[in-house]
Each structure stands twice: as C-alpha cells, then as structure tokens.
Design a protein around this ligand. Structure first.
Ligand SMILES: Nc1ncnc2c1ncn2[C@@H]1O[C@H](COP(=O)(O)OP(=O)(O)OP(=O)(O)O)[C@@H](O)[C@H]1O
Length: 260
C-alpha cells in the first residue's frame, strides 16, 4: 500500500466526474468532492440521485454494472482509480461495503471474514489474525458465531459481517452504502457507534445514507447529490441547519416541526 497522506489532508479526490451506464444514461455530471485522510464525509440524496454510482466509481465496481467514467477522474493519494478495477482500489486502501449487506449466505462467519482480504498480496497469518481480532472487538456478536452460516444471522448481524469483511482488508477509506437500511432503531444506533469507532481508529469513511440525521451526526462534511450533480455541500452541522436539508432529508415541516 502507498504511504498515507497526513491526517486531515485530502486522500480521496473525485474530480469533475462524469459517469454513464450503457451509451445513454448519464448518472453523474461534473461531480467533485474530497475525503480527508481519517475524515467522515456523508453523501445524501434522493433515490436515483447517483450515490451508489459514485461509490462504484471509487471502488472500481462500475464495470460490473455496465457503467464507465467518461470524464474527470478519481484518485486516492497518487493512485488513479479508473472505476474498473476493484483489486486496484483495495490495494490502494479503498474498500466498499455494498448496499443490501451481501454476505455469502452458505459460508460461515469465519469464512466470510477470510474472504475479506482477498486480492491483497499474501499476508502473514499474524496480520490476518490481527485484522480478525479487530473485527471481533468491534462486533463481539460475530465472535460468538464464527461457525454459524452467515445466512442464518439476523439482518443487523449480517450488516456487521459485511462491514467486518471489508475491515479485514485493513482499509484506509471505507465506503458504506446505506448501512442502516431496513434495520431496527436499536441496531441503527449500534451501527452508528461502530462507524464512530472505525473513524476513531483512523479509517476514513464515505457514508451514503437515506438516514440523513444519522449521517449528519457522524460526518464532518456532507454533500447532497441531486439527479447526478452536487447540489449542496458544506460542514455537516451547517447543512443540517439549511431549510432544504431539514425539509427534504430530516423530515421537518416548513414550520420547523418534525413530520408526523
Ligand atoms: N446498472 C445500471 N444500469 C443502468 N442504469 C443504472 C444502473 N445502476 C444505476 N442506474 C441508474 O443511474 C442513476 C443513479 O442510480 P444510483 O443507484 O447511483 O442512485 P442512488 O442515489 O444510489 O439511489 P438509491 O438510493 O435508490 O440506491 C439512476 O437513474 C439509476 O436508475
């Protein structure tokens, strides 16, 4: 892995990015943002705004979905990422947890975790053990279920496993796509705590969330995507106070009350 930039310095650079699917569908237009080393950045937006597409462009999984970068570029430090090579992204230290907590249902918890470092050059068993210990410290429930088939875990536990599997690659930047989707409030709270802990341990996070309240409480900085373009950007606390974000994403009515 290349050397990390100093804390707080931009590490991920998305520069004037255009992405299309197939020949015609333009999903992102001239999107620019940065994620600082060790920072948390939230990406909000309505369904279909292009949030997942942006994560795919960074994690190198665009091509799997017939998408391509047609202008601009993505780089992590000095490494240019072309949207087509997930292994290059993992080697640069960038790992995505896809939406829908896709775990290997027929494999055990332990086997799922072992799959997490694949693509990296062979690591010493001690390094793998260290990565797994870190995951188990964050998610004691997984430690109690190492030999259980992942498909038998609850939804929240599967989300923990999906995050844990990504952490096995010891990322510098974790891309999280809707980690709270479909989870009970208590589990959403737990996932938020875990994201905070991951950040405290020095991993940067780019967080896509429909739960804007949670995302803005975790992030330093946030962007709102509107139909493929960045509409609003700013410090998370400031964005949370803008009328548009309060109404559209935090469920407040025009008189400032919470929606029923
Ligand atoms: N594989 C694909 N092929 C064609 N079009 C796609 C593909 N994936 C996404 N799109 C389109 O690209 C646009 C952006 O979709 P994307 O999934 O990135 O949005 P999103 O903000 O993540 O939405 P959601 O919150 O619903 O997941 C949408 O118009 C969507 O229909």
């Amino acid at each position: 892995m290349p050397a990390a930039p100093p804390d707080g310095e931009p590490a991920l650079h998305v520069e004037s990015l255009d992405v299309t699917y197939g020949r015609a569908l333009s999903a992102l237009r001239s999107v620019s943002l940065t994620v600082p080393h060790g920072g948390v950045v939230a990406l909000l937006g309505a369904n279909g705004a292009g949030k997942t597409t942006l994560l795919r462009a960074v994690s190198g999984t665009l091509r799997l979905h017939r998408g391509a970068i047609t202008a601009g570029r993505v780089r992590y430090g000095d490494t240019v990422l072309d949207g087509r090579d997930p292994v290059a992204a993992v080697r640069a230290g960038v790992v995505q947890v896809p939406e829908g907590r896709r775990v290997f249902a027929g494999l055990t918890v332990d086997e799922n975790l072992r799959a997490g470092g694949l693509g990296l050059s062979r690591r010493a068993p001690a390094q793998v053990r260290q990565a797994r210990d870190r995951v188990f410290a964050l998610f004691p429930r997984l430690a109690e279920r190492t030999h259980q088939a992942a498909g038998l875990l609850s939804g929240g536990e599967q989300q923990m496993l999906a995050i844990g599997r990504a952490l096995m690659a010891a990322p510098r930047l974790l891309l999280l796509d809707e980690p709270s989707l479909g989870l009970a409030p208590q589990m959403v709270h737990r996932i938020a705590e875990v994201i905070r802990e991951i950040h405290t341990q020095g991993t940067a996070v780019l967080l896509v969330e429909q739960n804007a309240g949670m995302a803005l409480s975790l992030a330093d900085h946030a962007h709102v995507l509107e139909v493929g373009e960045i509409g609003l950007s700013g410090p998370a606390g400031e964005l949370a106070r803008t009328d548009a974000v309060r109404r559209l994403y935090l469920g407040e009515t025009a008189d400032g009350q919470g929606a029923a």
